[in-house]
Design a protein. Structure first.
Length: 244
């Protein structure tokens, strides 16, 4: 009888110790999970570009708003269309979403930029108001502000820095890709970093797929506001012609 009581007591003691150990381990696992979750939640953030000063002496020579002969912006400025800029070497690719000059311009193409910079594969359907550009990153496709400080006036440089954002964990250097979108009509710039997916720019819908680290797909679609199936702008023009 005494032996049975001893065995029973040892069993109870082992059971209690097991329960306590389980509670302790569960508590430690929970604390570790919470700590990891809190760490992830607090450190993942948008990384902005620091301010920088323009070194351009003559603002009339700005590559974006000015007339420097090495910038392609002079060819497209004022057009009611969108483009993609490979910033480091300032290569401007016209998306040709619309057939604005009656010359067509549709089809597929391939444009190779400077060595180790971005290259562009294009599929354009301006008769339907659709254009797709695949930007393939080069070895030097991380944005470098030093390459544009002498090309942009201070106002345009500030606009560019604002859209050259990136996302990552605090303490890790996640460089922004050296591409952005430009509205040729307004000269506004828009981010094409991978954490953006869609946006509206005036009458254009833009879809961005940047999950692949080697390239990015940008699709632009002309989507004007419609009223009873017709463009509001066309209705206004028709009414104006009736009363003039």
């Amino acid at each position: 009888m005494g032996r049975n009581k001893t065995v029973f007591g040892i069993g109870v003691l082992c059971f209690i110790m097991g329960m306590c150990l389980g509670v302790v381990l569960a508590g430690l696992n929970k604390q570790e999970f919470q700590a990891e979750e809190q760490k992830t939640r607090k450190t993942w953030k948008r990384q902005e570009q620091p301010p920088a000063n323009s070194t351009l002496a003559d603002t009339a020579e700005c590559y974006l708003c000015g007339n420097h002969n090495r910038s392609l912006m002079g060819m497209f400025r004022g057009r009611d269309d969108l483009g993609v800029i490979c910033v480091n070497d300032w290569y401007v690719m016209d998306m040709q979403i619309r057939n604005l000059d009656g010359m067509g311009g549709g089809g597929s193409g391939w444009t190779v930029g400077a060595e180790d910079s971005c290259s562009f594969q294009t599929d354009r359907y301006p008769e339907r108001g659709i254009s797709e550009i695949t930007v393939e990153y080069g070895a030097n496709s991380i944005f470098d502000v030093k390459k544009v400080q002498g090309h942009l006036c201070q106002t345009c440089l500030d606009k560019l820095l604002e859209v050259m954002d990136s996302c990552g964990y605090e303490g890790e250097e996640i460089g922004a890709k050296d591409i952005c979108m430009v509205d040729f009509k307004t000269l506004e710039l828009y981010s094409l970093q991978e954490h953006y997916s869609t946006r509206y720019i005036r009458d254009y819908y833009v879809q961005i797929d940047g999950e692949d680290e080697e390239d990015m797909d940008v699709i632009g679609i002309y989507t004007p506001v419609l009223e009873n199936g017709e463009r509001v702008e066309d209705i206004e023009k028709e009414l104006e012609s009736m009363y003039n």
